[in-house]
Design a protein around this ligand. Structure first.
Ligand SMILES: Cc1cc2nc3c(=O)[nH]c(=O)nc-3n(C[C@H](O)[C@H](O)[C@H](O)COP(=O)(O)OP(=O)(O)OC[C@H]3O[C@@H](n4cnc5c(N)ncnc54)[C@H](O)[C@@H]3O)c2cc1C
Length: 424
């Protein structure tokens, strides 16, 4: 059977793969997108049931299509986000083949291109784009042994409160996932401990504008690198219940117990770092700094946005913040489950190309690998802060498609020059 050949093979049909396919189509680059499951699968099967987009519908989308039937200021439920990418792909008839997994990619020996082994046979490609996501492999720190007698899951398999056994729960990590899950569990009547590390917590909205708007006009989505010392700082935002500012003191006032970074476990007892007050103070400082920048922007541009002095009111410290728990016996606290909302790593074990540093991170510039013909898309901070988000990846995809198309034109020129010689 002849081997299938494509110019550019895109691996993964999440938002990144769909965006790239659109730009490659516009540039006339022949390509194929392989997706092992369904389009935007992770939105369907690796997120909790009640998740809505963190940004409003007017913002968390591609430029070419609005969410049908959604109020532009609403936070769209996750299934609708996935449906959006399916509709988007249909709009330009994206060449996406679902249910095909890429198993291995190797460079051809002595000739250009790559040999791609898939679950459905071999494909040869001149270029391969890894669009397999910024958040691929859940990371669970090896703190609590498996046999500790509590249920332990990563946030990517949490679905709803009914999944957990009776008893209290510890949620580790207070980024957008951890804090939203902890809040949902508290509302479901559970006793909840939340382990809070370094975080930014922008206001959901300020002076009548969503934080997505503020980060946009203040140029923060376009920041090209994280600020010094902020590489591991997570962002705590939520679109749940119409969108609310994350306020850890308010969560504590509603009965949640905040603790510092989860450090170690010995004989049924967890130890937390004495950093809770610092982490909360840092989050407050980030919050207030954004209000300051927003106010300065309003003055600078003479905008008529309503004042909101009450946004600066910070509640007094709850007891768990004033006297933080540093040690907690799981059984004593009645904790029967732990949810690790501790983030993700990438996994390119299928890409057998020397395109990675010693930590397994892609060596690239704006997604263009040091290895010719290999590209990455959707990486955190690929070109800017917005890169791993819906609106940001679209722009990175444009850049990659442009680079691929340029190479394609060089090669096409060579081919036509050869044809002319042959015809002479
Ligand atoms: C809980 C959570 C909430 C988020 N909320 C928002 C939000 O509200 N707004 C926003 O802008 N961003 C949000 N993000 C960030 C980001 O938009 C998502 O992570 C998004 O899924 C990234 O899209 P992607 O296409 O880059 O990767 P993915 O969605 O991960 O898509 C990659 C695709 O590649 C496929 N794949 C992987 N390996 C292979 C292989 N070997 N062969 C074939 N196919 C393969 C996968 O099945 C998957 O469909 C959120 C992230 C998380 C974790």
């Amino acid at each position: 059977m002849p081997v299938e050949k494509v110019d550019t093979l895109v691996v993964g049909a999440g938002q990144a793969g769909v965006a790239l396919s659109e730009h490659l189509s516009k540039g006339g680059v022949p390509h194929l997108v392989l997706e092992r499951h369904r389009i935007a699968e992770r939105w369907r099967s690796e997120r909790w049931d009640s998740l809505v987009a963190n940004g409003p519908a007017w913002h968390d989308r591609f430029p070419g299509l609005e969410f049908s039937g959604a109020d532009p200021d609403a936070f769209v439920p996750k299934e609708q986000v996935a449906d959006y990418f399916v509709a988007y792909a249909e709009k330009f008839e994206a060449p996406i083949r679902c249910g095909v997994e890429v198993k291995e990619v190797r460079r051809n020996a002595g000739r250009p291109g790559f040999r791609v082994e898939t679950s459905d046979g071999v494909i040869e490609a001149n270029n391969v784009v890894a669009a397999t996501g910024p958040f691929q492999r859940p990371v669970t720190p090896a703190v609590v042994p498996e046999n500790a007698g509590v249920m332990q899951i990563h946030s990517n398999v949490y679905r709803n409160p009914g999944q957990l056994p009776e008893g209290a729960v510890l949620v580790v990590g207070a980024g957008s996932s951890g804090v939203q899950i902890a809040d949902e569990l508290l509302r479901a009547g559970k006793r909840v401990y939340l382990s809070v590390g370094a975080h930014d917590r922008p206001p959901r909205a300020y002076r009548g504008r969503d934080f997505c708007w503020w980060l946009g006009v203040l140029g923060k989505w376009d920041a090209e690198t994280p600020g010094p010392g902020t590489e591991h700082v997570t962002i705590a935002v939520s679109g749940a219940r119409g969108g609310e500012t994350i306020d850890f003191r308010r969560l504590a006032a509603r009965g949640m117990t905040l603790v510092g970074l989860t450090q170690s476990y010995v004989n049924g007892t967890l130890t937390f770092a004495p950093d809770l007050a610092d982490n909360i103070a840092r989050g407050d400082a980030n919050y207030l700094a954004l209000l300051d920048e927003a106010d300065a922007y309003v003055v600078r541009n003479g905008l008529d946005l309503p004042d909101e002095p009450e946004a600066r009111e910070i509640m007094s410290d709850p007891p768990c913040l004033a006297n933080p728990i540093l040690e907690l016996n799981l059984a004593g606290a009645g904790i029967t489950s732990i949810i690790w909302a501790t983030g993700y790593a990438v996994d390119y074990s299928w890409l057998k190309i020397d395109a990675f540093d010693e930590k397994g991170r892609p060596k690239h510039q704006r997604g263009v690998s040091v290895e010719p013909g290999i590209y990455f898309l959707g990486l955190p901070w690929q070109s800017r802060r917005g890169s791993s988000f819906i609106w940001g990846v679209w722009h990175d995809a444009k850049h990659l498609a442009d680079r691929i198309s340029t190479q394609h034109k060089y090669l096409a020129y060579h081919a036509s020059a050869k044809r002319e010689t042959e015809n002479a």
